[in-house]
Design a protein around this ligand. Structure first.
Ligand code: TXA
Ligand code: MG
Length: 322
């Protein structure tokens, strides 16, 4: 299959993307977090094609993207007060809610489970696409399974060219890491995946939002295996003082992701990221992909501060190094 490159700035291209989706096709599109691989969420065959293109385990459920609350509620069997509060405050935006599902949602989307994940993205291209198709779109991150999430159309093509119908190019994703996933199915709200909305912002609204039960239990997010968000290279985390020695010891070619001034062995290919968490998150996945593209088989990453505003980034780095 030829993968078309469409532009989110062109109304005709947006129409074409919507047309492909409505015929059951696969179209990658930008969201504020990362690019998603979209298909009609209520069409089992279209959803199955997502799993095939990504090489994703059929038991790992997908996030259903909607324009807003009105489109989400028919998919959810309950809409507790916490859902109302979160949606009022954070939608459209990088927050995903996991709620009991209704029977409109096919098993293919939920991995056969009793819940559905819903999110209203804020990216204008995602919203224009949703407004055109007028039905919910299932969309995992548009990478090959277990690879780093894509933050540009070029990243999507690198993983999925020839395997999907089109990619809608809307430039670089402004947030750069995935949405926060909150479960509202059991006793109270649980953080299933740290992400772009910090835990502190959730807790201002809801009180304490503890982590989900450890992986393996039903409450946990199935996609939260230890190794995830990983580049193909071997990844090691180290603080600034240990980094030069570790870089020198790793099997090469070696890449490094740093934040400050660090003197590294000359043969190490380094990418320097912003010191602030928002800038770092925006550029991280592109940096990992760049080092991979430049042939690095090992990547050492300068560890990030232990403070809460780095939580989601630390989560991704720890998984990449697992
Ligand atoms: O920012 C994002 O969330 C991006 C953009 C495209 O929206 N999407 C994304 O999708 O990261 P994906 O499939 O790569 O990650 C979705 C996560 C996985 O960890 C999955 O297991 C979890 O959400 N998830 C989906 N449905 C779930 C459910 N019903 N119960 C628990 N976890 C669920
Ligand atoms: Mg993903």
């Amino acid at each position: 299959m030829d993968t078309q490159l469409l532009s989110a700035r062109s109304p005709a291209d947006l129409d074409a993307a919507a047309g492909l989706l409505l015929r059951g096709g696969l179209v990658a599109f930008p969201t504020e977090t990362v690019y998603g691989l979209g298909a009609l969420a209520l069409e089992p065959l279209a959803v199955r094609a997502i799993y095939a293109a990504k090489g994703r385990a059929a038991t790992n459920p997908l996030i259903v993207h909607v324009l807003g609350e009105d489109e989400a509620r028919p998919l959810c069997a309950r809409w507790p007060i916490e859902a109302q509060e979160l949606v009022t405050r954070f939608w459209p935006g990088p927050l995903t809610l996991v709620l009991p599902r209704t029977d409109r949602v096919p098993d293919e989307v939920t991995g056969g489970g009793p819940t559905v994940a819903v999110r209203a993205p804020s990216h204008p291209a995602a919203r224009q696409l949703l407004a055109r198709v007028r039905v919910p779109l299932a969309a995992p991150s548009a990478n090959r399974s277990e690879h780093v999430s894509p933050t540009t159309a070029r990243h999507v093509l690198r993983d999925l060219n020839g395997r999907i119908d089109a990619v809608l190019d809307g430039g670089r994703c402004p947030v750069g890491i995935e949405s926060t996933v909150v479960g509202l199915t059991s006793a109270g709200p649980r953080l299933l995946r740290a992400g772009a909305v910090p835990r502190s912002a959730l807790e201002e609204l809801l009180g304490e939002v503890p982590d989900a039960a450890p992986a393996g239990s039903i409450a946990a997010s199935p996609g939260q295996q230890k190794r995830h968000y990983a580049p193909a290279a071997l990844v090691r985390l180290a603080d600034a003082t240990a980094l030069p020695r570790i870089a020198a010891d790793l099997p090469g070619p070696v890449g490094a992701v740093i934040r400050g001034d660090i003197a590294l062995p000359q043969e190490v290919v380094s990418v320097r990221l912003p010191e602030n968490p928002a800038g770092y998150a925006r550029d991280l996945y592109a940096a990992l992909r760049e080092l991979e593209d430049r042939g690095c088989t090992s990547i050492c990453i300068e560890s990030v501060p232990a403070s809460p505003e780095w939580d989601a980034i630390r989560d991704r780095l720890t998984r990449a190094a697992a």
